[in-house]
Design a protein around this ligand. Structure first.
Ligand code: DHB
Length: 503
């Protein structure tokens, strides 16, 4: 009897809780500015090119939803949600599907969601960006990541966000660092806030981006639930929710900005620029020496008992685990005739039964140096990065001690503590190095082997630091491919399915 009563009272308690929740979802949340407008969509169809032919995907398109309660500018701080409901004639239930969060940022510029809202799931950014737009090379016949994800049954969320170019009517900049990552975190919180209301599984958010967008994807993945952003998130009225993500895909991430100049000199210091001249060799040597110190301090263990990766053995590490496998995949995929032709045009590569072999210096000479010195925190402050670290009233600032000293002539100058914190808040490596608990578990890292926008050590350090923390990393270079390449987009979508459970 007691048991029955107990069960009865538990039942009524459960009932009351359910009613409360239902009330909250209906009437109780109607005043919630961050409630997903689940009935406000248009039905659209799009043609998606897959290796199995074209698919007609019918979607619910939810446009331009503000994801914070107090936006600085809602044109930017809004997102699109695209939910597949039919692929060809087969119905799709995306209620619990993985969510692909497409970061359309390029060059650390803003993404205007009011403008991109009509443009489909490309999510802004420069046209043709590999991660979100159409892939290059052999995969050029395929649609981009977002459309392929929809065809596979995933929900796609494309947030706008502030960027270094944003300027208000009064002339003040409002998108300097860390605005973009604060906005992207707010978008993740919006998705979590709408668990059960918005289609898709908030436990399976996979971010993707290219270049600066790839760096933001890495940062979103690495910095989950860090308290460093709380004040900024509160200011814009972000939902009070978990902002960690499940997986992060980073295409040619321009990250680790505070060490990128050093890394660039390590890789390209002795390589002439496009005009044929060498950069200042003394300054290059100083930066290269700083890289050796930085790399040693990272204390990263290479694969298969390689030992600690240092500036001295890094060329060997890149060759063994990234460059040679990339060249081999490419060369083995060619017909004998085409391979012979390629090798004749590239005598710096030797080809035997064991595959390709070449010297690192020949590889860097072939790729060529793209940027000047310093490559990122440049003295003219014309690169995107000094602009990223500007303030409301200063368009650009030096963000490394090295460039500040060069520019000011003061050999002891240091960037101030406030800026140092902002630089950390923009660097995925900062959070991985500290073992941040909210770091994503799964990582998809891709870069062209001929991409000279940053040193190849940047993506390799990202991969190794994650591997050393027990994360699941799928990293690869595309042979001969440049900036923004995405040559295996269907493998990426299949990987999302494999790590998430069936889509
Ligand atoms: C991008 C490219 C760069 O070379 C850089 O320094 C920053 C961003 C980009 O393509 O997004």
């Amino acid at each position: 009897m007691t048991k029955v009563i107990l069960r009865g009272s538990l039942l009524s308690l459960a009932c009351a809780a359910a009613c409360l929740l239902a009330g909250a979802a209906k009437g109780g949340r109607s005043g919630d500015p961050l409630l997903f407008p689940k009935d406000d969509f248009t039905v659209e169809t799009r043609t998606v090119k897959t290796s199995a032919g074209e698919k007609k995907v019918t979607v619910r398109f939810y446009r331009h939803i503000p994801y914070v309660a107090n936006p600085v500018d809602r044109d930017y701080q809004s997102l699109d949600v695209i939910v597949p409901i039919k692929v060809d004639e087969a119905a799709v239930d995306a209620a619990n599907a993985p969510i692909l969060l497409t970061i359309g940022v390029g060059g650390y510029m803003s993404v205007n969601n009011a403008r991109s809202a009509g443009g489909g799931p490309a999510g802004g950014g420069a046209p043709g960006r590999g991660g979100q737009g159409g892939p290059a090379g052999a995969a050029a016949r395929l649609s981009g990541n977002a459309d392929l994800a929809l065809a596979a049954g995933c929900v796609v969320v494309s947030p706008g966000c502030r960027g270094r170019d944003n300027r208000a009517a009064d002339g003040k900049y409002f998108g300097k660092a860390p605005a973009a990552i604060v906005d992207l975190k707010a978008a993740v919180r919006y998705i979590r806030h709408n668990t059960g209301v918005m289609p898709g599984n908030p436990g399976r958010i996979v971010s993707t981006g290219v270049s600066a967008g790839g760096a933001l994807s890495a940062l979103l993945g690495a910095s989950g639930n860090s308290r460093l952003y709380d004040a900024d998130l509160e200011k814009i009225g972000a939902a009070d929710a978990d902002d960690s993500i499940f997986a992060s895909a980073c295409f040619c991430p321009i990250t680790d900005l505070d060490h990128a100049d050093m890394a660039y000199e390590w890789m390209y210091g002795a390589v002439p620029t496009r005009s044929g001249s060498l950069v200042d060799q003394e300054l290059s040597r100083q930066l290269k020496a700083q890289f050796a110190e930085y790399q040693a301090a990272l204390n990263l263990r290479g694969k298969e008992g390689f030992g600690i990766i240092t500036a001295d053995n890094y060329a060997g590490y890149l060759l063994r685990y990234y460059l040679i496998p990339s060249a081999n995949r490419f060369l083995r995929g060619l017909t004998d005739e085409k391979r012979r032709g390629y090798l004749a045009r590239n005598p710096w590569i030797t080809w035997t039964d064991e595959g390709a072999a070449f010297a690192f210096a020949d590889y860097t000479a072939r790729v060529g140096r793209m940027k000047g010195l310093p490559a990122f925190d440049d003295l003219a402050m014309a690169q995107p990065e000094p602009g990223l670290f500007g303030t409301a009233t200063a368009d650009a600032r030096h963000f490394t001690d090295f460039s500040l000293r060069q520019a000011s002539g003061d050999k002891t100058a240091r960037i101030d503590g406030g800026l140092r914190t902002v630089v950390n808040m923009m660097n995925a490596m900062y959070f991985i190095g500290r073992g941040n608990g909210g770091c994503a578990r799964y990582w998809w890292l891709r870069q062209g082997a001929a991409d000279n926008h940053t040193s190849q050590t940047v993506i390799a350090n990202l991969a190794v630091s994650l591997e050393n923390r027990g994360k699941d990393v799928n990293a690869r270079l595309y042979w001969d491919a440049g900036h923004g390449a995405n040559e295996d987009p269907e493998d990426f979508i299949a990987w999302i399915g494999a790590v998430s459970g069936p889509i």
